[in-house]
Design a binder for this molecule. Structure first.
Ligand code: NAD
Ligand code: UGA
Length: 468
């Protein structure tokens, strides 16, 4: 398909990926009009908020990018038809959660929003249009998208409809909390497809700021699969080090020292070796489950069960931490006040999807604990929504606190569950005075200095520490 020049881009889905990704594209390509559309009007209104503290996604550096591009060549809109109609490229960046019902429930990706997006494009696109899969998808989804797009459209002549669309895969590798840096300086950009002209057109966008050696082109299926495998490898490292953390605790070793020692080998590398409360986030679990489903579907049960272990270990690590807390607090937390520091799944994001904090909080509530929850970026409403999605009866059992000093008043324990920088800089002498003795600090993120906690007279446990 011949594409002469790209003047308009449309992105379907204004979420954690669509919003930041398109902001950076618009920032780097001031001559291209970029419109991000969504069926959720509240979300679009929030993206259009004058007060940048109210935009729906918290990402360091995003406000600066928006200040430059929003209203210039970056727009957030609910005008789905008009935005698709004028686009040369349409990115599909909608949610792809795990199916909750029917065939593959609990494992397979639910691609109904992707299908709906493809149908919208088939209906409204005018002229030649490149359709780009930005969402993370099961291998061979591009074939389904192509088939929807190629269905004859009664409003368009056969001549016109011939070769109207080209489908490419361009998965996103950004991590939340570092999204802007990841987008501005990506390790690689991956483009999968078989239409060289469409590939060149998409490549020409990234070439504005990404060195050409870092733009990898593959066939469609390799690109779709690489995204799933990339997340599976990252998650596998976390489950591996979390498994080691349990071994350290019983052998007298220290997981931080082990991570440092093994990570010094450049073949292993030092990143993604931090033991913690288990990985969270919207994607690792869902993408591995999807991989497990695909392996079984293609008759590879041994490969499926290999990857399944990564998820099982992760759930076990969360359970293990909750049981440790219970054990250290004399086997009961009933009626005890526990301060939870951090509700986001990692620092520098307001996202709570699959947060280990939520899982651990729910287990503790189940045991009768009273929680005071602090997070610098997650709102009280979001915590309320998350806790009540699982169980409707926690009223009066938890409270949202704005300050850490307030969280710890008369608390039996402080649980550090998210690696926010401010939790590494606390005055433990001051906090210890407010707590009920004998009080504990459980550091699941290895961010506080043990000697400070101990000299403040507090009991201390941290993940993977067999020395304390
Ligand atoms: P999200 O839930 O934050 O956003 C998706 C948005 O799509 C929602 O606002 C929803 O209203 C909108 N939407 C759904 N159907 C639509 C339709 N037919 N028309 C218009 N809008 C529609 O999801 P996300 O976190 O941005 O993830 C999107 C995709 O990117 C997923 O496949 C995910 O696996 C992948 N991904 C996510 C991350 C991440 O860090 N969150 C990173 C890489 C890849
Ligand atoms: C992850 C990948 O890193 C991205 O490349 C990918 O694009 C994205 O998933 C996706 O597809 O959604 P994200 O989940 O945003 O990004 O954040 P990560 O930094 O990968 O952290 C995931 C979880 O692992 C967090 O709960 C984090 O605290 C935990 N983690 C991370 C550890 O416990 N230890 C580590 O060493 C690293």
């Amino acid at each position: 398909m011949k594409i002469n020049s790209i003047s308009h881009i449309c992105c379907i889905g204004a979420g954690y990926v669509g919003g930041p990704t398109m902001s950076v594209i618009a920032d780097r390509c001031p001559d291209i009009e970029v419109t991000v559309i969504d069926i959720n009007k509240d979300r679009i209104d929030a993206w259009n908020e004058k007060d940048l503290r109210k935009i729906p996604v918290y990402e360091p550096g995003l406000d600066e990018v928006l200040k430059r591009a929003r209203g210039r060549n970056l727009f957030f809109s609910t005008a789905i038809e008009a935005s698709i109609a004028k686009a040369d490229i349409v990115f599909i960046s909608v949610n792809t959660p795990i199916k909750s019902k029917g065939v593959g429930a609990g494992q397979a990706s639910d691609i109904r929003w992707v299908e709906a997006s493809a149908r919208q494009v088939a209906k409204y696109a005018k002229g030649k249009t490149i359709v780009v899969e930005k969402s993370t998808l099961p291998v061979r989804t591009a074939a389904a998208i192509k088939s929807i797009l190629e269905t004859p459209n009664k409003n368009i002549s056969e001549d016109e409809s011939c070769q109207r669309f080209s489908v490419l895969s361009n998965p996103e590798f950004l991590a939340e909390g570092t999204a802007i840096k990841d987008l501005e300086e990506p390790d690689r950009v991956l483009i999968g497809g078989d239409d060289s002209s469409a590939i060149e057109a998409l490549k020409s966008i990234y070439l504005r700021w990404v060195p050409k050696e870092q733009i990898l082109c593959t066939n469609l299926w390799s690109s779709e699969l690489s995204k799933l495998i990339s997340n599976a490898f990252l998650a596998q490292r976390i489950s591996s080090i979390n498994a080691v953390s349990a071994l350290c605790e019983v052998t007298g070793a220290d997981v931080r020292e082990v991570s440092k020692a093994i990570g010094a080998d450049h073949r292993i590398g030092k990143k993604f070796l931090e033991a913690g409360p288990g990985f969270g986030g919207s994607c690792f679990k869902k993408d591995i489950l999807n991989l497990v489903y695909l392996c079984n579907h293609f008759g590879l049960p041994e490969v499926a069960s290999y990857w399944e272990q990564v998820i099982e270990l992760n759930a076990w690590q969360q359970q293990r931490i909750y049981r440790t807390i219970l054990h250290k607090l004399f086997g009961t937390v009933n009626g005890k006040k526990l301060a939870i520091l951090g509700f986001a799944f990692k620092a520098d994001t307001n996202d709570t999807r699959e947060s280990p904090s939520l899982r651990i909080a729910l287990d503790l509530l189940e045991e009768g604990a009273l929680l005071s929850i602090h997070d610098p970026k997650v709102s009280e409403d979001k915590i309320f929504e998350d806790l009540n999605r699982n169980e409707a009866a926690w009223e009066g059992k938890w409270s949202y606190v704005k300050t850490i000093s307030e969280a710890v008043i008369e608390a039996d324990a402080v649980l550090i569950l998210t690696d926010w920088k401010e939790y590494a800089e606390l005055d433990w002498f001051d906090l210890a005075k407010k707590m009920r003795a004998p009080a504990w600090v459980f550091d699941t993120r290895s961010i506080v200095e043990p000697s400070q906690i101990k000299s403040a007279g507090l009991n201390f446990w941290r993940v993977g520490d067999g020395v304390n």
